[in-house]
Design a protein around this ligand. Structure first.
Ligand SMILES: Nc1nc2c(c(=O)[nH]1)N[C@H]1C(S)=C(S)[C@@H](COP(=O)(O)OP(=O)(O)OC[C@H]3O[C@@H](n4cnc5c(N)ncnc54)[C@H](O)[C@@H]3O)O[C@H]1N2
Ligand code: MOO
Length: 411
C-alpha cells in the first residue's frame, strides 16, 4: 500500500487520475465561471462596417485642403446618419452628412470632423483646418477580424469573455461541466446542525465547511446525510453515491481508531487504491482511491485538518474536472507579522491571514494551530507551508504564502 507518502506524490497521483468533465452547451450568462471546451472563431468582422467614433460630420478630406482658421471651408449638409440607420446618399464635393457615434460611414466620405471643431447650422457646416484622409474612422474588422480566434479552449469565462462572445453574435458556448461533489461526514458523535445535542455529541460542521469550499472551487456540492461509524453503512452509502457523483469527499474515520472504517470502505469499493497518509500536518491520515472515473477522498475529521487538506488536494482536482489548466494556488512573498517558533520534523501547513498594504503583503498567524480547533480559521485566506525541519520563523521575516483565492491572477 502507498502510505506515508510525500505531499507532491499524493497530489500527482490524484491529478493524473482526473480528466475534464464532458462538455455541455450553455447560454452566455449561465456560462460565467465555466471553462471553454472549444476554440472560438469570429464569424464576423468587429466592427462589421467602417463606423464613426464621434458625433460630427462626414466629409471628403480632399475638400478641406484650403480650410484655415481665417478662411474656413463651407459644406452643405445633405443628410443625417444616426447609429443603426445608414445614409443612402453618396457624398459629393463640398457636401456633409451629419453623423452620430456608431453610425456607418456614408459612401464617398473618408473623414469625420467632430462637432467641437466646426461651426454649423442645419443647412451648412464650416471647418477650419485641413484633415488627412481616413481621420476619425474606425475600420471594419479593426477590433476583431472575421475568422480570427478570439477565445481559446481552456479559457475561463468571466464577464469580459461573455461580452466578447456576445459581440460576435454567439449566444451559446461549449464548456466543461462542473463536477458533482458528494460530501459524507462520518462519526457516531455527529448530529445535524438543527438537531438537539446529547451528551458526547457535536454538530456536524465539516459537511458545511466542505460544501462551501466545493462551491468556492467551482464544483457542485451535495451534502449527504452524515453516516455513523459503521463499515457496511459507509460502504453502501459511498457505493450508491458513486453512481452519480464525480468526487466523493468524506470526513472522519480515516485514522487508526477502532471505528475508523473509511479507508476499508474505499478499499472494498475502489478499482484502484491510491494512498493512505501523507507526510504533512494537519490531516496526515488523508486517504484516496478511484472507482471508474470517480475519485474518493477521505479527509480527517478534525475541522481545520479537513479545511486545509481540502485546499491542498481536493481544490486542484475540482479545477481539473472543470477543465482549468491553472489548478494550483497563487504563491506570493509576504512579511510575517507573527512568530512561529516551533520546529518540527514534519511538513506543515499553517493557517494564515494575508493582506496587502502600500505595495507589500503581510501575514498574521492566529494563536491556535491545532487541527481540532475551528475558531482560528476565521478570516484565514492563505496557507504558510513550513517544510520539515524549517524554522523558527520570527516577526519581520519574509515568507511565502499560498493564497486560497485569487488564482485568476496567476500568469
Ligand atoms: N493513536 C492515534 N490516534 C490518532 C492519530 C494517530 O496517529 N494515532 N492521528 C490523529 C490525527 S493527526 C488525526 S488528524 C485524527 C484523524 O482522525 P479521523 O480522521 O479518524 O477523524 P475522527 O476521529 O473521526 O475525528 C477527529 C475529530 O474531529 C471531529 N469531527 C469528526 N467529524 C466531524 C464533523 N463532521 N464536524 C465536526 N467535527 C468533526 C471528531 O469529533 C473528532 O474530535 O486522528 C488522531 N488520532
Ligand atoms: O494530522 Mo491531524 O489533522 O494533525 O490532527
Amino acid at each position: 500500500m502507498n502510505t506515508n507518502i510525500q505531499i507532491k506524490s499524493a497530489l500527482e497521483m490524484l491529478i493524473t487520475e482526473v480528466k475534464p468533465k464532458s462538455p455541455v452547451s450553455l447560454n452566455l450568462v449561465d456560462a460565467l465561471g465555466y471553462v471553454l471546451a472549444e476554440d472560438i472563431f469570429s464569424p464576423l468582422n468587429i466592427p462589421p462596417f467602417d463606423r464613426s467614433p464621434l458625433d460630427g460630420f462626414a466629409l471628403r478630406a480632399c475638400d478641406t485642403l484650403n480650410a484655415t482658421k481665417e478662411q474656413p471651408t463651407t459644406f452643405k449638409v445633405i443628410d443625417f446618419a444616426p447609429a443603426g440607420k445608414p445614409s443612402t446618399k453618396i457624398l459629393g464635393p463640398y457636401q456633409a452628412i451629419r453623423i452620430m457615434t456608431g453610425a456607418k460611414i456614408p459612401d464617398g466620405a473618408d473623414l469625420i470632423v467632430p462637432f467641437e471643431e466646426t461651426e454649423f447650422t442645419e443647412e451648412w457646416v464650416k471647418v477650419f483646418k485641413t484633415y488627412k484622409s481616413n481621420s476619425n474612422i474606425t475600420f471594419k474588422g479593426e477590433d476583431i477580424k472575421k475568422g480570427q480566434r478570439v477565445l481559446v479552449k481552456g479559457d475561463l469565462i468571466n464577464p469580459p469573455e461573455i461580452g466578447i462572445l456576445a459581440s460576435i453574435g454567439k449566444n451559446e458556448v461549449l464548456v466543461y461541466d462542473r463536477p458533482k461533489v458528494a460530501i459524507l461526514s462520518t462519526g457516531d458523535e455527529l448530529v445535524d446542525v438543527n438537531q438537539p445535542l446529547e451528551e458526547g455529541k457535536i454538530p456536524n460542521s465539516n459537511s458545511y465547511t466542505i460544501a462551501a469550499l466545493v462551491k468556492r472551487a467551482g464544483g457542485i456540492p451535495y451534502i449527504l446525510p452524515h453516516c455513523p461509524d459503521h463499515l457496511e453503512k459507509i460502504t453502501k452509502e459511498i457505493s450508491s453515491t458513486l453512481k452519480w457523483a464525480d468526487i466523493l469527499v468524506t470526513t472522519g474515520g480515516v485514522s487508526v481508531g477502532d471505528k475508523d472504517y473509511v479507508m476499508e470502505a474505499f478499499q472494498r469499493i475502489c478499482d484502484k487504491f491510491l494512498f493512505w497518509k501523507v507526510k504533512m500536518k494537519p490531516g496526515t491520515p488523508i486517504t484516496a482511491a478511484k472507482y471508474k472515473d470517480k475519485l474518493m477522498i477521505g479527509l480527517s475529521g478534525n475541522p481545520a485538518a479537513a479545511f486545509i487538506t481540502f485546499e491542498i488536494f481536493v481544490k486542484p482536482i475540482i479545477k481539473k474536472f472543470r477543465g482549468l489548466e491553472k489548478i494550483y494556488p497563487l504563491e506570493l512573498e509576504s512579511t510575517l507579522l507573527s512568530n512561529f517558533t516551533k520546529v518540527r520534523n514534519q511538513n506543515r501547513f499553517v493557517r494564515a491571514i494575508t493582506y496587502y498594504d502600500s505595495g507589500n503583503f503581510y501575514t498574521k498567524l492566529p494563536d491556535s494551530h491545532s487541527s481540532g480547533v475551528i475558531s482560528s480559521l476565521t478570516k484565514v485566506n492563505s496557507l504558510f507551508f513550513i517544510p520539515a525541519g524549517a524554522g523558527p520563523f520570527t516577526e519581520g521575516q519574509k515568507i511565502k504564502v499560498q493564497l486560497l483565492e485569487g488564482e485568476d491572477l496567476l500568469p
